[in-house]
Ligand binder design. Structure first.
Ligand code: 5GP
Ligand code: MN
Length: 342
């Protein structure tokens, strides 16, 4: 755990400030939940806080309280730039390095003259002036709760803040099932329910909001699944043509990789998704046990993340990317065999 400059930050925030709160590119439930919750908390402390997200986020998160007040850097560029220019500090939430916001926004942040404060749970964070980094914590939303707790401000958590925090903890823990989910996580969740988070509604809004096309795409993805049995590995591919066929919307492929990991005996799963916009194959990796997909992705696919959940990319074609992956996997056969008993 790294807690750097916390007392100094407290002093800095004693007077009302203009603050921008930023999440990573392709924001997920934890990025949206944590940025919205922190900005609402900062507003309650008398600050003027604006959330700027790099690009579009999934429709199943649009209902989050306050999401209509966020700026999207890609298509509300002048408002975003103005908010950043007028800010006296920027909070970086749910990411560990500036490149995670995408090239355009990274460029803007690199020229930022003031200080950054990072709250994040990813491995190997860049160093910024103020840092709260803990790779043991399941979600940035739990860290925002603990940040508020460190400031003795738990009383300021209202139903909207509780709802945002609950959502990010729920999505980043696979609905409270991953090993990172601790008794403390459950105690925080209990407190968030007491403070007004409506758990049944949140689950319903996030998980029972599928479009017909999204389920058809899931069906196709499952039929594309391949297994490398000697390596306890399964992977899924989705091409650009397949995305188009089912009117792909942002977030439609979220979570599909977990189906590969749900196969009995499988402890390493990957999904390869063509991204025509960026001309890359975007990859998600998941594992069980000691096999670190963070390290695997860092070593071979320009990515990173956590030990058991990471992302990466490839500039090769889909066929070449899959060939690279399958030939790499066999070199990890022993590590994979020892990773997890199931
Ligand atoms: P997902 O596969 O759900 O997109 O991401 C899994 C985890 O890995 C998330 O915590 C996400 O922030 C991180 N991640 C995803 N893509 C990348 C990437 O390209 N680089 C790095 N460093 N982390 C990533
Ligand atoms: Mn997260």
């Amino acid at each position: 755990m790294i807690l750097k400059g916390f007392e100094e930050l407290k002093v800095f925030l004693k007077k009302p400030k203009n603050i921008v709160v930023v999440g990573h590119r392709n924001p997920d439930g934890d990025a949206m939940g944590s940025t919205l919750a922190l900005s609402k908390y900062l507003a309650k402390k008398g600050h003027n806080a604006t959330v700027v997200v790099p690009n579009e986020y999934p429709a199943f998160l649009h209902w989050l309280p306050g999401s209509d007040t966020t700026y999207r850097f890609d298509w509300q560029n002048s408002q975003s730039q103005r908010a950043i220019k007028n800010s006296e500090i920027i909070f970086l939430l749910d990411f560990n390095a500036l490149h995670r916001v995408g090239a355009d926004m990274q460029n803007t942040l690199e020229q930022y003259p003031n200080d950054f404060a990072m709250i994040d749970h990813h491995q190997q964070p860049d160093t910024v002036k103020y840092m709260y980094s803990d790779v043991e914590i399941c979600s940035t939303c739990q860290m925002v709760y603990q940040f508020i707790e460190l400031n003795n401000d738990l009383d300021l958590i209202d139903a909207d803040i509780a709802t945002c925090l609950y959502t990010g903890i729920m999505t980043d823990t696979g609905s409270f099932r991953f090993r990172s989910t601790t008794s403390k996580t459950h105690r925080i969740i209990a407190d968030l329910i007491d403070k007004g988070a409506e758990n049944d509604k949140i689950h319903n809004n996030v998980y029972d909001a599928n479009s017909y096309n999204r389920l058809l795409l899931l069906g196709l993805a499952l039929s594309n699944m391949k297994i490398v049995p000697d390596c306890k590995t399964a992977y899924i591919t989705i091409t650009n043509e397949e995305k188009k066929r089912f009117d792909f919307q942002k977030g439609d492929t979220e979570g599909i990789v977990n189906y590969a990991l749900s196969l009995k005996g499988i402890i390493f799963a990957a999904i390869f998704i063509e991204d025509a916009e960026q001309n890359i194959v975007k990859i998600s990796f998941r594992s069980k046990g000691t096999f670190s997909v963070n390290q695997f992705s860092r070593n071979h696919f320009e990515g990173g993340g956590h030990d058991n959940a990471a992302g990466g990319k490839s500039d090769l074609s889909m066929e070449e990317t899959v060939a690279k992956f399958t030939s790499l996997v066999v070199t990890y056969q022993q590590e994979l065999a020892a990773s997890y008993e199931n």
